[in-house]
Design a protein. Structure first.
Length: 466
């Protein structure tokens, strides 16, 4: 164990094997929903020829890529950063790309996106962009992600819901499903939040994991005795069978260049650009946020072994496309593990091992309802929010971009959008103040790309591809 300690630097980073193990479990249970959600998103879409992907095969592919890439990140990157199919990215693949071509062609674009990101990493460009970001903006990214994942927790649990457009109201969200809290599932979430914050205030070790397990047991009991129409994606009931056979039928079903003949070069380039930009900056925000929360940033606010971490993340995108599970990326839900004390890649061995078990034990490991896992996201959102005190709010030149970064993330449900808004605002304000020369050229380039990203619709119309 001493050699393992030295390899992962567990003691050096002020952690223990117990904390790492608890953190690994917490991260897995917080992001295990992807085993259900990714097959639903990809499986519900049809490609240009009306074909759909098999749900069982998608579940296997999702679990396999998450297991392998999470373990690789732990061993080679030594960060408590788990990876799996990226939400948002899978929606782009399912509803924007697949309808224009075959599934094989669509997954080929994902592989190309991952390869391009790997090239950007190996040339040092991706790492250089991260180093070019001012420290206050990095802190704002962490705070924005905290609010974002807290919002995700509230929405996933049904505590906050979207008001249907037919209501004719300008208010986009509301409390519960009807303006009031109702139903047993929401009660489980509320009790989970109270339990988690209570344990956290008492500084109980394993607070987040204790809450997830306790609320899952309570949900199973409630589901067995109460008449509940729906819990959401996961119903907390003991499955009929414990072991299920994985189906690897989707592995290797991709075509690297088939999309060019199906849709044309201009469309393909724009689609790859959308994937790369989303993956690039989502990962950047996640890596910075998780590292900051874990206290792993150095004196200059930089992530340790950043180049290696980013290369692994790019390879995960390639793996996701090759397995037909969509682009895999770093997960902000890893913050749940950090909240439990994870500080090294050792916790990834636990998380990755559980995803590997999920290949065979999916019926058991996916009984955790969102209402039991979501309190962890809300709690970690608070922990990440505490970094807001490090931003100098009296200096408008940094405070305004920081505010936009923080606000746009939850309001648009996108880490990428928040980073883009902050970058563009920062460059604009520095220029207005006559400090344009002080802005790193990479920030200029990134801001220009974000302007294209935000204006992609009119650009497509001008180019005649929409």
């Amino acid at each position: 164990m001493n050699s393992v300690d030295r390899f992962f630097r567990v003691s050096e980073r002020g952690s223990t094997f117990g904390r790492e193990i608890r953190g690994g479990f917490a991260t897995f249970f917080t992001m295990a929903y992807i085993l259900v959600l990714n097959p639903i998103i990809l499986g519900s879409a049809k490609d240009k020829f009306g074909h759909q992907l098999d749900a069982v095969q998608l579940t296997t592919a999702t679990a396999l890529v998450a297991a392998v890439m999470t373990i690789i990140m732990g061993v080679a990157g030594n960060l408590p950063l788990a990876l799996a199919a990226g939400l948002g990215l899978n929606a782009v693949v399912a509803f924007q790309i697949a309808p224009l071509m075959s599934w094989d062609d669509a997954m080929g674009l994902v592989v190309l996106e991952g390869l391009l990101i790997c090239v950007l990493v190996m040339t040092g460009l991706r790492e250089a962009v991260m180093h070019a970001i001012p420290q206050p903006l990095k802190q704002a990214i962490s705070v924005g992600i905290g609010l974002f994942i807290a919002f995700i927790g509230f929405v996933d649990a049904g505590f906050v819901t979207r008001i249907p457009d037919i209501a004719g109201t300008t208010v986009p969200v509301q409390l519960g499903g009807t303006g009031t809290l109702s139903g047993w599932p929401v009660l489980v979430f509320c009790l989970g939040v109270l339990l988690t914050v209570g344990l956290l205030a008492r500084k109980v070790k394993g607070a987040i994991l204790i809450s997830i397990v306790t609320m899952t047991v309570l949900a199973i009991v409630i589901n067995s005795i109460a008449d509940i129409k729906a819990w959401g994606l996961t119903t907390p009931s003991w499955p009929d069978k414990i072991v299920d056979t994985p189906d690897f039928g989707l592995l290797g079903h991709f075509s690297l260049f088939g999309a060019f003949s199906e849709t044309g070069a201009v469309t393909v380039v724009l689609l790859i650009f959308t994937l790369v930009l989303s993956d690039f900056f989502d990962t950047m925000g996640t890596v910075v946020g998780i590292s900051a929360e874990a206290g792993l940033l150095d004196d200059k606010g930089q992530v340790p072994q950043l180049g290696r971490v980013l290369l692994i993340d790019g390879a995960a995108a390639v793996a996701g496309g090759a397995a037909s599970s969509s682009s895999a990326t770093s997960y902000i839900e890893s913050a749940a593990g950090v909240g439990e004390g994870s500080r090294t890649g050792f916790s990834n061995l636990v998380t990755g091992g559980l995803f590997a078990l999920a290949l065979f034990l999916t019926p058991v490991l996916t009984i955790v309802p969102l209402q039991a896992a979501a309190p962890a996201l809300v709690t970690v959102g608070f922990l990440m929010m505490t970094q807001v005190k490090n931003i100098d709010w009296d200096k408008y030149e940094i405070a305004i971009p920081a505010f936009l970064t923080i606000a746009v993330m939850p309001f648009t449900y996108s880490i990428t959008n928040g980073i883009g808004a902050g970058f563009v605002a920062y460059v604009l304000i520095q220029t207005v103040l006559g400090k344009a020369k002080d802005v790193h050229w990479l920030l200029w380039g990134a801001s220009a790309l974000f302007l294209v990203y935000f204006g992609i619709d009119p650009i497509e119309q001008v180019l005649g591809v929409k």
